[in-house]
Design a protein around this ligand. Structure first.
Ligand code: CS2
Ligand code: MG
Length: 403
C-alpha cells in the first residue's frame, strides 16, 4: 500500500495568497490539495499543520473515503470553513495520488467523461453599462458561451464585481478591510438596465449571469428576479444570504429567473432544504470549501435527484489545484451546469503548472495522471504570505451591510 510518510503545507503569494497541502507516500508518489480560505488563510494552514498532518502519517493513501470520515467525525467539531477546507485539501491530494498510481486522470476514476468539455463563464464588468458590454464583447470574441455581467452602481465606488483590471479580478487587495458604500435602491434601478442593454448589444445566444453577492433581502431579490425575466438569465447568484434556507421560498414564489447559491457553503447540510424543496437551480459549492471531491460527489448526486445542477465557484482565490479538481468533477457528473472561470495571473499559473486548457468557451482537465496540477516549490518560496482582506460594505446611514 502507498503509505503516507510525510505531509506539509506551502503558503505562497504570487499576487494573492494560496495555501497548498502536499502529501508524500512510501511509493515516492505525492499529491497536492488546495486549502485556500480567502482572508483567513493561516487558520487553515495551522489546522492542517498542527492538527491534521500528525493524524495522517502511516495511513494507507488509497483509503480516501475512510480518511475523509476519520477527519470529519474524528474532530468531533464538525463542518465550518476552516475544518472543511483542511479536509478538502487532504481529499484532493489523495485523489491526485490515486490517479498518479493508476496512471489515469482523476475524471476516469470518478466514472469517466460525461461530456467533451466543461462550459465556463467569464466575468465581464465595468464602471458603466457601456464599458461592461465592451468587456463582454471581448469575452464573446474569445469564444466564451457564458458571461457574467457586473456593472458599477452610479454614485458608489468599490461595488462588488467591478475591477480595475478587466481580465483579473482581485478584491482582497488591502491589509485591512476596505470600507465601501451600498444603496439597494440604486442597485435595483441600475441592474435591469444593464441586462436590457446587454440583450440588445450581445443578442440572444449568449448565456448571461449575474451575482447579487448576498446583498438583497428575499423580497427585494424576488423583485429583481422578476425585473430580469425578460432578459432570460442563466442564473441570478447569491440573491440573499442563505443561512436561513427557507427564505429562498419567498424568492421562488416571485420569479422564474433561475437561482444559484452556495459558494460559501461547506457541506451538504448547508443546502439540504434548498435542494430538497427545489428552491434553487444551481449549487455552487466547490471542492476546496466543501470537503473536497469526495463530499462534492455526494452533494451532486443528491442535487441530481432534485433537478439541481452544479455551478462550481471558481474565483481567483481558489487555486489552480482546486480548479483542476473541479474540472475532473465537472466532466464526470451527469448534472453539471457550468463552471466559473476567473483567470489566474501569469505569476500564479507559473507557480502552479497545469494540464487544463481553455478552448472555444470550454475548459478540459487534460489527460495527465492525477489532478494534472503541480506546484513549483522554489518559485512559490519567492512569494511570501501577505495579509490581505476582502472589502466590507456600509449602507448610506453607516450601518453594516453584506459586501
Ligand atoms: O462569484 C464569485 O466568484 C464570487 O462571489 C467571488 O468573487 C467571491 O467574492 C470571492 O471568492 C470571495 O473570496
Ligand atoms: Mg459569487
Amino acid at each position: 500500500m502507498p503509505k503516507i510518510i510525510a505531509a506539509k503545507t506551502i503558503v505562497t503569494c504570487p499576487g494573492r495568497n494560496f495555501v497548498t497541502l502536499k502529501i508524500m507516500t512510501s511509493d515516492g508518489v505525492y499529491g497536492i490539495g488546495d486549502a485556500t480560505l480567502n482572508g483567513r488563510e493561516l487558520a487553515v494552514e495551522a489546522y492542517l499543520s498542527q492538527h491534521v498532518i500528525p493524524c495522517l502519517i502511516g495511513r494507507d493513501a488509497h483509503q480516501i473515503e475512510d480518511i475523509w470520515q476519520y477527519l470529519y467525525r474524528g474532530a468531533y467539531w464538525r463542518r465550518g470553513p476552516v475544518t472543511m477546507a483542511a479536509i478538502a485539501a487532504v481529499d484532493m491530494a489523495l485523489w491526485d495520488i490515486k490517479g498518479k498510481i493508476a496512471g489515469l486522470p482523476v475524471y476516469q476514476l470518478l466514472g469517466g467523461a460525461c461530456r467533451s468539455g466543461v462550459m465556463v463563464y467569464g466575468h465581464a464588468n465595468g464602471e458603466t453599462i457601456e464599458e461592461t458590454l465592451d468587456n463582454a464583447a471581448h469575452y464573446a470574441e474569445q469564444g466564451y458561451k457564458a458571461i457574467r455581467l457586473q456593472t458599477g452602481v452610479p454614485g458608489m465606488s468599490g461595488t462588488y464585481g467591478v475591477s480595475k483590471d478587466k481580465m483579473f479580478y482581485e478584491p482582497a487587495d488591502s491589509d485591512l478591510p476596505k470600507e465601501t458604500i451600498w444603496s439597494t435602491e440604486r442597485y435595483l434601478r441600475s441592474t435591469p438596465a444593464l441586462f436590457e442593454a446587454a440583450r440588445v448589444r450581445l443578442g440572444d445566444d449568449l448565456h448571461l449571469l449575474h451575482d447579487v453577492h448576498h446583498r438583497l433581502t428575499p423580497i427585494e431579490a424576488g423583485r429583481l428576479g422578476k425585473d430580469l425575466e425578460p432578459y432570460r438569465l442563466f442564473w441570478m447568484e447569491d440573491a440573499t444570504p442563505a443561512e436561513n434556507q427557507a427564505s429562498f421560498r419567498i424568492i421562488r414564489q416571485h420569479t422564474t429567473t433561475p437561482l444559484a447559491v452556495g459558494e460559501i457553503f461547506n457541506s451538504i447540510w448547508d443546502c439540504k432544504q434548498l435542494i430538497e424543496e427545489q428552491l434553487i437551480d444551481y449549487i455552487r459549492a466547490t471542492a476546496v470549501h466543501a470537503g473536497g471531491i469526495t463530499h462534492l460527489k455526494k452533494l451532486a448526486s443528491f442535487a441530481d435527484l432534485h433537478h439541481v445542477r452544479t455551478g462550481c465557484h471558481g474565483a481567483t482565490d481558489l487555486s489552480p489545484v482546486c480548479m483542476g479538481a473541479a474540472l475532473h468533477f465537472d466532466l464526470s457528473i451527469p448534472n453539471f451546469g457550468v463552471q466559473e472561470y476567473m483567470r489566474h495571473t501569469p505569476e500564479t499559473d507559473a507557480v502552479f503548472p497545469h494540464a487544463y486548457t481553455f478552448s472555444d468557451g470550454m475548459l478540459h482537465p487534460g489527460e495527465a495522471p492525477g489532478l494534472g496540477v503541480d506546484i513549483d516549490e522554489d518559485l512559490a518560496a519567492k512569494y511570501p504570505y501577505k495579509r490581505a482582506y476582502l472589502p466590507v460594505a456600509r449602507r448610506l446611514d453607516g450601518s453594516m451591510h453584506d459586501w
